[in-house]
Design a protein around this ligand. Structure first.
Ligand SMILES: [Ca+2]
Ligand SMILES: [Ca+2]
Ligand SMILES: [Ca+2]
Ligand SMILES: [Ca+2]
Length: 602
């Protein structure tokens, strides 16, 4: 009798909701190559140093500086101060901002095979143009690659310093040529490239701004910026020169806009010229040497009509190019008007993270499913769903540390247990990370992998989230945390997590083999909050992939009828086993906090 009731209850938890996660707007629909593609975001300074001869020098990093300063050893303890750092009277945060590890585009080129092995489709680079900072949102130019990313640091620096707004006079530096070579090589290997840029402000070292600063009203570029007051030559000891800057940070001067909110004509021409340059670097009509897309930050700095026009230019140059923006909106109708292919939707990533990470007071599975559906209702616009799904980025802690922090926030005795310390995740936290990643790589949209998440990197708030990449072939020092927490005795080893990497690689391979995972319909098949079971499928034509998740701390058994007419064979991903359906039912056991992925044989 008891068993029967259990069965009935079990049946009542079966839901078959049709849920399709955000179809992000696609003005002219997302091009074929980008549908459900896997992205990989690289911060070049921290990815790979393959050329020591281009490494930043004191001149590249500081206006002036006394004393010793060197490139930081790649595999050293992040929290350990080097000799020259100990001599500085500066906070740990200031020291981190001064550090350089020497990563470069030669390193990106050398590691293209790694990205191919991981199953990446889109190489997504944070800004690569000459700029003093680590992240390079403070551009000194938008028409030359940073001299520290190439192969001829000092020679390139001279060309870069020349500046100038006439594209006919722009030479290609060795770094520019190297970038173009990476694009050609990558395209042969079927990779695509998206670069991140900011067009509405630059750095105070920007060539036109430097000219203006020096020549004031006599500068040819006096109308490019929003000058508030000019310098008075009668007061040589005082600088009256002032200008509008992004978030009032005087290191980031804003370009001037016209009455309609578009950049003034010469700035607009410059933006259009650099767009042409990087979509076809050598100027011949073939575009294999150019980028396939742009990711624009601070889009709200300019008007809707400007962005429409810019997006049209991008599509004229390459019909299947893509663009993304940092616009945050709850409506696709709004995003549509700008002409971007995608919008980066933190809303979706936050929803997923909240659900998987906060298991202490868990969001119920049915509620999670309802929220996904609600998001879809609000965002539905185009014929494709192609949201970017990114769990870690430059702006916040890495996902591994978000999980660790959440789990440790309060230990059972109520004391904080290293909750605020971005310490290495333990094995139970890694299990949650794996589950979350399985969802990220099997849900609709395009997953964006933040460099190093796949190799096991952890780190708290910026700049803790931009440590140098963790490679399999290097031996890393133990991490000590002592620069921040002198009383913390704990240290952790820092090693490439092969198991995690293999899981990413396996799932990416599964995506490439199964169109269902890239473009298929998402359907929730079962939710059981009592047992912590969540089952969903993706389907495209006859291709089906089913994901079975156990979110509970106990082993669970699942039986489900997939609704197939014939007795089909099922293959388990990451396993050589085959399942024969038992009277059309799938029956399987799930370990605590784990998932199994089944593929229906076509
Ligand atoms: Ca280097
Ligand atoms: Ca530089
Ligand atoms: Ca003055
Ligand atoms: Ca070309």
């Amino acid at each position: 009798m008891r068993a029967k009731i259990a069965v009935l209850l079990y049946c009542s938890t079966v839901l078959a909701l049709s849920v399709t996660i955000p179809r992000v707007y696609a003005g002219d629909s997302v091009p074929e190559w980008a549908r459900g593609a896997v992205w990989y975001q690289i911060l070049p300074e921290r990815f790979r140093n393959s050329n020591a001869f281009d490494d930043p020098t004191k001149d590249d990093v500081f206006d002036s500086r006394d004393g010793d300063w060197q490139i930081h050893p790649w595999a050293s303890d992040w929290y350990k101060l080097q000799v020259w750092e100990r001599e500085e009277k500066a906070s740990f945060a200031e020291l981190l901002a001064q550090r350089r590890y020497g990563g470069d585009l030669v390193g990106v080129m050398e590691k293209l095979p790694y990205l191919e092995a991981l199953g990446v489709d889109v190489v997504y680079l944070t800004p690569i143009f000459e700029a003093p900072s680590i992240t390079k949102y403070d551009a000194s130019t938008l028409h030359h690659v940073d001299n520290n990313f190439g192969v001829a640091r000092d020679e390139d620096r001279k060309i870069i310093e020349a500046g100038g707004d006439d594209p006919a006079k722009w030479e290609l530096t060795k770094g520019d040529e190297l970038f173009s070579e990476i694009l050609r090589d990558g395209h042969v290997a079927d990779l695509h490239f998206v670069i991140e840029v900011v067009f509405s402000y630059c750095g105070s070292e920007f060539w036109a701004f430097q000219d203006l600063k020096k020549k004031q009203k006599g500068s040819r570029y006096k109308d490019w910026f929003q000058v508030i007051s000019w310098d008075d030559p009668m007061t040589p000891d005082t600088v009256e020169f002032d200008y509008a800057a992004w978030q009032n940070d005087k290191n980031l001067p804003l370009f001037k806009t016209d009455d309609l909110g578009a950049p003034v004509q010469p700035v607009k021409e410059y933006i259009f010229n650099i767009t042409r340059r990087w979509m076809d670097v050598d100027g011949d009509p073939l575009t294999a040497d150019g980028v396939d897309g742009w990711s624009v930050r601070h889009v709200e700095g300019y008007s809707v009509s400007f962005w429409r026009e810019w997006n049209e230019l991008v599509r004229d140059l390459k019909a299947d190019a893509i663009t993304t923006s940092d616009l945050q909106s709850s409506s696709d109708q709004f995003i549509n008007r700008y002409g971007f292919t995608f919008s980066n939707r933190n809303e979706l990533a936050n929803l997923i993270t909240d659900f998987f990470v906060h298991r202490k007071n868990p969001v119920r599975i049915v509620d999670f499913v309802a929220k996904l559906d609600d998001l879809r209702q609000r965002l539905e616009g185009g014929e494709d769903f192609s949201s970017l799904v990114q769990l870690s980025n430059l702006d916040g802690p890495r996902i591994a540390s978000v999980i660790a922090k959440s789990k440790r926030a309060k230990s059972s005795n109520g004391h904080a247990h290293n909750g605020d310390h971005p310490v290495k995740p333990d094995s139970s936290e890694r299990k949650i990370q794996k589950l979350l990643t399985i969802f990220q790589l099997t849900c609709p949209g395009s997953p964006v992998i933040y460099y190093g998440d796949e190799s096991g990197m952890w780190g708290g708030d910026p700049p803790d989230n931009i440590k140098p990449m963790l490679w399999k072939e290097f031996l890393y020092e133990r991490e000590s945390y002592r620069a921040l927490y002198q009383n913390l005795e704990q240290t952790s080893d820092n090693r490439f997590e092969l198991g995690l990497f293999n899981m990413y690689r396996g799932l990416n391979e599964l995506r490439s083999e199964n169109p269902a995972l890239r473009i298929g319909e998402f359907r929730v098949q079962l939710t059981d909050d009592d047992k912590g079971i969540f089952v969903y499928s993706r389907r495209h034509k006859s291709n089906e992939v089913w994901v079975f998740m156990n979110l509970s701390d106990e082993e669970q058994h699942v039986e489900i009828n997939p609704g197939w007419k014939k007795n089909r064979k099922v293959i388990e991903a990451f396993s050589t086993k085959k399942y024969k359906l038992d009277k059309f039912d799938i029956k399987l056991t799930l370990e605590p906090i784990s998932a199994r992925v089944l593929v229906k044989e076509k």
